[in-house]
Design a binder for this molecule. Structure first.
Ligand code: AMP
Ligand code: ZN
Length: 474
């Protein structure tokens, strides 16, 4: 099937042509593990997952690399200044930077798995690729793209790269205006950025490494250029990230990479729009207040309902999060699951291959056409209501839809069926009742504790619109 994607570089929807037939290599900018991921970060990860699943269902062999940023870049992305995010996280929790990275990476992966996002083929850590980042800076130095600011670091001279800013067209002016406020006067151009920062003389950093220029740490764009080229080659198909990354981070990644490769480095740039709050404000970790997936779980939402909410929107449009929208998505998701429950209750019958093929294409087509997931969801609804399709074929199509969208319709329907069929033992019921009381008293710690006890006994408790349900785990 033809695949089309919006390419930020050309600002057009383009037909996808792989570098190697039948294969696709893509790189996603991953999380900075100094805090929990918020549901905005996770929106970006869900869209990357849809991109991957769409390629898989179109028969591609997918190689997906996503970095884990475990070395601190600085809080001001535009100007290589401010506090180090990782060190800030460590100070907040009185732990070492390494422990912080380990803890939040595990928490991130827990969310990733709960949202049924397929794990990347490779998940390189920035701290494991310091020699490659140093080598990148050395190559740029040999090619004459760098200069040193005494006591500060090695900088990239953006005036040397004639295509600088091509990704967002006009980014150079935008950056100049933005950077003027706190422009580092020692830089030759406002858009220049650090490739290697020196450790301050008087402070010992927890993360620092030797380099040909002295002890320090890499600038925050270096890891993505170095690791993507190492793991995907000097030229690869797709690079993804949230919309904020195109103007500075990806623009600088291109400036670092193309002088080395001597040719276009990435064929398609795909950016996902932000999750915002009701007032249009971006959800952000550095502001300190944000919603994580756990906040949704605590309020009783199935992570699949959040995934469904995201897929109701388009990746190129910002999505305003609200509890009302979340409720509507949870109800919509559950309606589909209920329909699958009814299908599972019907007697076995023969698969109608012709109809299956016809509807499989109908469901796959919108996602392949610039990831129109909402349209695919409409087609799934149509399919489920079509009286010309028998139950066995509908179930097979739901299995296909689950592979494509990762919404776990069949799994949740089986759980719902089990719920209808299982008697809950008295001791589990009383733990669940105590948890409901703790929740009503907003004693989240006690409620979590009770949930863990219920979990450990092989049951799970789910808060639904129809009240609390207790399910025997499969
Ligand atoms: P970070 O952990 O901040 O490095 O971000 C990880 C990914 O989440 C990056 O691709 C960001 O562009 C993306 N991101 C950050 N904030 C949001 C948001 N509010 N909505 C969607 N994606 C976001
Ligand atoms: Zn990156």
């Amino acid at each position: 099937m033809t695949i089309r994607l919006f390419n930020t570089m050309s600002r057009k929807i383009e037909e996808f042509k792989p570098l190697t037939p039948g294969r696709v290599g893509f790189y996603s900018c991953g999380p900075t593990v100094y805090h929990y991921a918020h549901i905005g970060n996770l929106r970006t990860m869900i869209h990357s997952d849809i991109l991957k699943r769409m390629f898989i269902e179109n028969g591609y062999d997918v190689r997906h690399v996503m970095n884990i940023t475990d070395v601190g870049h600085l809080t001001s992305d535009a100007d290589d200044s401010g506090e180090d995010k990782m060190e800030k996280g460590a100070a907040r929790e009185n732990k070492s930077v390494w422990d912080i990275a380990k803890f939040y990476k595990e928490e991130f992966l827990h969310d990733y798995d709960d949202l049924n996002i397929i794990r990347p083929t490779e998940m390189p850590h920035a701290t494991d690729y310091i020699p490659e980042q140093i080598e990148l800076v050395q190559k740029l130095e040999q090619l004459g793209y760098t200069y040193e600011i005494q006591g500060d670091g090695i900088y990239y001279d953006t005036s040397k790269f004639s295509a600088y800013g091509a990704l967002t067209g006009g980014a150079i002016d935008g950056n100049r205006a933005g950077a003027r406020v706190q422009f580092n006067q020692a830089k030759r151009n406002p858009t220049d950025f650090a490739l290697w920062k020196f450790s301050p003389r008087d402070v010992r950093r927890q993360m620092e490494w030797d380099s040909p220029w002295g002890v320090g740490f890499p600038g925050w764009h270096a890891e993505c250029s170095a690791m993507s080229m190492k793991l995907l080659g000097a030229h690869f198909d797709i690079h993804t990230g949230g919309e904020d990354l195109s103007r500075v981070h990806h623009t600088n990644e291109i400036a670092q990479s193309e002088p080395i490769t001597g040719k276009p480095w990435v064929n398609y740039w795909v950016h996902f729009s932000f999750l915002v709050d009701k007032s249009g404000e971006k959800m952000s970790k550095s502001k300190g207040e944000f919603l994580g997936l756990d906040a949704l779980r605590r309020r009783g939402y199935d992570p699949m309902a959040y995934r469904y909410l995201i897929l109701l929107g388009h990746y190129q449009t910002q999505l305003a999060f609200s509890w009302e929208a979340m409720d509507a998505a949870a109800a919509g998701y559950k309606n589909i699951v209920r329909r699958v429950v009814d299908l599972l209750k019907t007697a076995p019958e023969a698969l109608d291959n012709a109809r299956f093929d016809q509807w499989r294409k109908k469901i796959l087509a919108p996602v392949s056409d610039n990831m129109k997931t909402a349209e695919t969801l409409v087609r799934i609804q149509e399919m489920s209501k079509d009286s010309d399709i028998n139950a066995a074929t509908k179930i097979a199509l739901f299995e296909f839809a689950d592979r494509l969208l990762g919404l776990q319709f069949i799994d949740r329907a089986r759980k719902m069926l089990a719920l209808e069929n299982t008697d809950v033992p008295a001791e589990i019921q009383s733990l669940a009742d105590a948890r409901a009381a703790a929740k009503a008293a907003r004693d989240w710690a006690a409620a979590d504790n009770l949930r863990n006890q219920i979990d450990a006994a092989g049951w799970s408790v789910v808060d639904t619109r129809d009240g609390m349900k207790i399910i025997k785990k499969a």
